[in-house]
Design a protein. Structure first.
Length: 168
């Protein structure tokens, strides 16, 4: 997707994957949800992420003592925070501001919900979220988009499988 670029950290390799290093993490359980936390090496660490419909991912913080974060793109069969269900193209060349981006997401994303999940958003037990370009990365692309995301409707619980066609 050319129009959406989510920069979540200051350092990356040219291919967008996180630089190797660090120690191998053991699988842990998130005590707030009881869901198994997938170790970073079981996914692809991205500091430069272009969402695509059907992607599943977590937002993670690096463990190197900095406050940097990254996207951990995961197989949807593994526990994950978010699943991309639509990409909405924005028809403006100037950064519209966070408020207008949120308004557009709330207006546009629900229109694609039923086609992806198989049930109307109003009847779903899942929740809607979105990612929008920040002011800082707006000018890095010529075409701009919102990524429409679905997530668990239960207090930050992780999803445990793809939700495309799930009728949830």
């Amino acid at each position: 997707m050319l129009g959406f670029l989510l920069l979540v950290g200051a350092c990356s390799r040219g291919d967008g994957a996180a630089a190797p290093g660090g120690t191998a993490a053991a699988t842990t359980v998130d005590e707030s949800t009881g869901t198994t936390e997938v170790p970073p090496e079981d996914g692809v660490q991205l500091f430069d992420y272009r969402p695509a419909v059907g992607d599943c991912f977590d937002r993670r913080r690096t463990t190197d003592g900095t406050s940097r974060s990254y996207i951990l793109k995961l197989d949807c069969a593994k526990p994950h925070m978010f699943e991309v269900f639509a990409i909405v193209d924005l028809e403006t060349s100037n950064y519209p501001g966070e408020g207008e981006l949120a308004t557009q997401a709330k207006k546009q994303c629900p229109r694609s919900w039923e086609a992806y999940v198989g049930q109307a958003y109003e009847l779903s037990k899942l929740e809607l979220s979105w990612e929008a370009p920040s002011r800082a990365n707006w000018n890095l692309t010529l075409k701009h988009s919102l990524a429409c995301l679905l997530k668990s409707g239960t207090d930050d619980a992780k999803l445990d499988g793809a939700r495309r066609g799930s009728r949830e």
